[in-house]
Design a protein. Sequence first.
Length: 147
Amino acid sequence: MLVLTTQLVVLFGVGIGFVGLNVRGSWLALALVVMAFEVCLVCIGVALLAVCTTVMQLTAISNLSAIVLGALGGALVPVATLPGWAQAIAPVTPTYWAMRGLRTTTLEAAGVGDVAAPVLVLFGFALFFACVAAVRLSTGSPKVAWA
């Protein structure tokens, strides 16, 4: 969480200081979206760690999923510019909800109430992935071999 927070603080700092990013909405709303996304990412990471049996699997799946989920969720281009099939499945990705919340707070002058849906959905994703990790880690099945 600390690494993710540091990355996002640097990203927003550069955006505000050098690119002219203007956060029009509530800073509290922005912080809630960022926190929910960070919790979701950590839970996804733990779930992947629990499911993978080798470091190579973990690396490959995490890299591929980051690219695919980022693209489908609107982190690379707006969802509206994606093909119809991609727009249809975008809402089943955590990235879509994070981008929706971030876009709402930075571009649409939104408050805490306006980001309630994205925050709740991100926490829902986090809960799902935490449950996957808990079940997998409690079964005594093989875990990632680091050597």
